[in-house]
Design a protein around this ligand. Structure first.
Ligand code: ITT
Ligand code: NA
Length: 199
């Protein structure tokens, strides 16, 4: 069966292909870029789960195929959970990872390590053309560094140091990150649901 990955973020697509393959999902996975004529849905939800469902339903309705979507972000305790659902456009330019990261570091200034707790959050949604929907969430807890380190991954990976590690997410190998990440947890939780509904 074909399964649409309802995202245009290349960092997410790379991770999702690896996570879903490692979980033994053998569907034909196609990114949203295979459907350039379908416009991006407005992310009007106020939670990761709402936005993930909006994206998944939009692609499932437009293609007539099952779709999975990811909505994710970085939640900083001392900022009351921001940037949260606004993580991809925190600097004002959607998808400018470097500008987003730099603005966040500037906002945190020299706040000490013990007040730099943060987590990545991911909502993984499945939508079928008949309107059936499921969502599973995952988190990765950690601390924010004062300077970016490492070159793997995407987004805020160079500044998030997972609990129990001395490296940032951008210093982990892709397999190491997927094993502990918010996205890995959410999508590994969604795989049995995909199997149950799609076979
Ligand atoms: P799609 O809507 O097409 O999926 P997007 O990048 O706009 O792509 P989101 O609205 O879910 O997706 O925003 C996700 C942002 O959160 C992403 O741009 C990063 O800034 C951040 N983020 C999410 N997961 C991350 C991860 O694993 N590592 C680092 N940053 C992450
Ligand atoms: Na979003």
């Amino acid at each position: 069966t074909r399964l649409i990955l309802a995202t245009r973020n290349p960092g997410k697509i790379t991770e999702l292909r690896a996570i879903l393959a490692a979980a033994g999902l053998h569907h034909d996975l196609v990114g949203a870029d295979a459907y350039p004529e379908i416009p991006d849905v407005k992310e009007t939800g106020v939670t990761f789960a709402e936005n993930a469902l909006l994206k998944a339903h939009a692609l499932a309705q437009a293609t007539g195929l099952p779709a999975v979507a990811d909505d994710s972000g970085l939640c900083v305790d001392v900022l009351g959970g921001a940037p949260g659902i606004f993580s991809a456009r925190w600097s004002g330019t959607h998808g400018d990872d470097l500008a987003n990261l730099r603005l966040l570091l500037a906002q945190l200034g020299d706040i000490p390590d013990e007040h730099r707790a943060a987590h990545f959050a991911c909502a993984a949604a499945l939508a079928l053309p008949d309107g059936t929907e499921r969502v599973v969430e995952g988190r990765l807890l950690g601390t924010l560094r004062h300077e970016p380190t490492g070159s793997h991954g995407f987004g805020y990976d160079p500044i998030l140091q997972p609990e129990g590690d001395t490296r940032t997410c951008a210093e982990l190998t892709p397999d190491e990150k997927n094993a502990i990440s918010h996205r890995g947890k959410a999508f590994r939780g969604l795989v049995p649901v995909v199997r149950e509904l799609l076979g």
